[in-house]
Design a protein around this ligand. Structure first.
Ligand code: HEC
Length: 202
């Protein structure tokens, strides 16, 4: 290859490397409406309503897993917007606005009043459908064998808490029942913490 050819070739490689690395950076960014958020939002739409089309959910989940094969990236959805998570309330971004934070607060702090709960209803439901989407996605990341005493059954048990707790949240919102809301959020928070204890933090 001529000298100029080599320079051009390495320039092209550099441009491609840059394109790839920016792509990667946006792939982890839920907050700025990136492709990853669109895919998860499409899954959320499939999960809303009374009749869920299981076949469509399965296809959407498989597609997401194929595109984003790192569970850690997908779980970033729960982080504060400052850390490129989705954030509890898109209208009020802040430093500690992560969905994870709000789930923990609602599950452990003072019970909301009925008026507070009614006011926050839409945001509670929004987060809950993201939980259900992540539940579907997380199923596909179960370990296939037991390691350090923990295996696929433990994974399923913790993940099911997210699904059961989320259904309880939806029922609590329908009844505008703050006590039931706190209990359900506590159940979800427990599922997150226990799965992390068994599979992430060790
Ligand atoms: C069934 C298991 C399981 C459940 C349930 C689960 N997680 Fe995770 N989560 C993981 C694992 C495993 C990782 C680490 C993945 C890795 O390192 O590849 C993780 C990572 C994370 C991260 C780290 C992202 C980062 O880059 O630092 C956050 C945040 C998170 N989870 C939030 C949650 C929240 C909030 C819930 C509950 C609503 C939850 N997770 C439920 C297994 C789970």
């Amino acid at each position: 290859m001529s000298r100029i050819g080599r320079i051009l070739a390495s320039g092209t490689t550099l441009v491609f490397a840059l394109i790839l690395s920016t792509d990667n950076a946006t792939a982890r960014n839920f907050y700025d409406d990136a492709a990853i958020k669109k895919d998860i939002d499409a899954l959320v739409e499939l999960l809303k309503g009374d009749k869920v089309d299981d076949a469509k959910v399965k296809t959407a989940v498989a597609d997401i897993k194929k595109k984003y094969d790192d569970l850690n990236d997908l779980m970033k959805i729960y982080k504060p917007t400052a850390k490129k998570g989705l954030g509890w309330n898109p209208a009020k971004p802040g430093k500690l606005d992560g969905i994870e934070q709000r789930i923990n607060d609602l599950g452990t702090k003072k019970v909301l009043t009925k008026a507070q709960m009614a006011k926050e209803k839409e945001l509670i439901l929004r987060a809950t459908y993201y939980n259900l989407a992540l539940y579907e996605i997380t199923k596909g990341f179960a370990p296939d064998k037991i390691k350090g005493g923990k295996g696929p059954n433990d994974w399923k048990k913790h993940n099911d808490e997210i699904m059961e707790g989320s259904k309880e949240v939806i029922a609590a919102v329908k009844a505008n029942d703050p006590v039931a809301l706190k209990k359900a959020m506590g159940r979800i928070g427990g599922g997150c913490t226990e799965c992390h204890a068994d599979f992430r933090d060790r």
